[in-house]
Design a protein around this ligand. Structure first.
Ligand code: FES
Ligand code: FES
Length: 165
């Protein structure tokens, strides 16, 4: 059975024929659209490595069936910078050493962008840690991640800017 869906991925319209209705957004992004910045960690909704924004909301792409998101607007790590200009969250992760091996980093950054856009990040490190708790880091770079989200939150405020200016 073939199913056709249309997605906007990082601002670009993509029309896709699915040959399997069980394909997840994560596998679609990585294997069909060659957007491998979104990582597959646990593949069962427990690590957050696959976090993307769908219609502005954070989700675990490994738990999302592509067929259920026909018409959705998807933002992945590949779409957050504006040409050479890093997104403020990306720049803050670099400035605060918010990573070591980098495997979890795309998911962390997408989750942070979502958290800030939700207006729930605030300045409080405890709230930020709670808001980012779905994103695990095996390297334990949590202190830098929290500082990075704090700094990006100051720059972005409660604006709902998702892409770099
Ligand atoms: S790969 Fe999706 S939550 Fe771990
Ligand atoms: S930086 Fe290595 S898993 Fe987070």
């Amino acid at each position: 059975m073939n199913l056709s869906i249309g997605l906007t991925v990082n601002g670009e319209r993509r029309d896709i024929v699915l040959d399997d209705p069980r394909v997840t957004l994560l596998d679609l992004l990585r294997e069909r659209l060659e957007l491998t910045g979104t990582k597959k960690g646990c593949d069962r909704g427990q690590c957050g490595a696959c976090t993307i924004l769908v219609d502005g909301k954070r989700i675990n792409a490994c738990l999302a069936l592509a067929v259920s998101h026909d018409g959705a607007d998807i933002l992945t790590i590949e779409g957050v910078a504006n040409g050479e200009h890093l997104h403020p969250v990306q720049a803050a992760f670099i400035a605060h050493d918010g990573f070591q091996c980098g495997f979890c980093t795309p998911g962390q950054i997408m989750s942070a962008i979502g958290l800030i856009a939700e207006g729930h990040a605030g300045d409080d490190s405890e709230r930020i840690r709670e808001g980012m708790s779905g994103n695990l880091c095996r390297c334990g770079a949590y202190a830098g991640i929290t500082e990075a989200v704090q700094e990006a939150q100051k720059i972005l405020g409660n604006t709902r800017t998702e892409r770099a200016a």
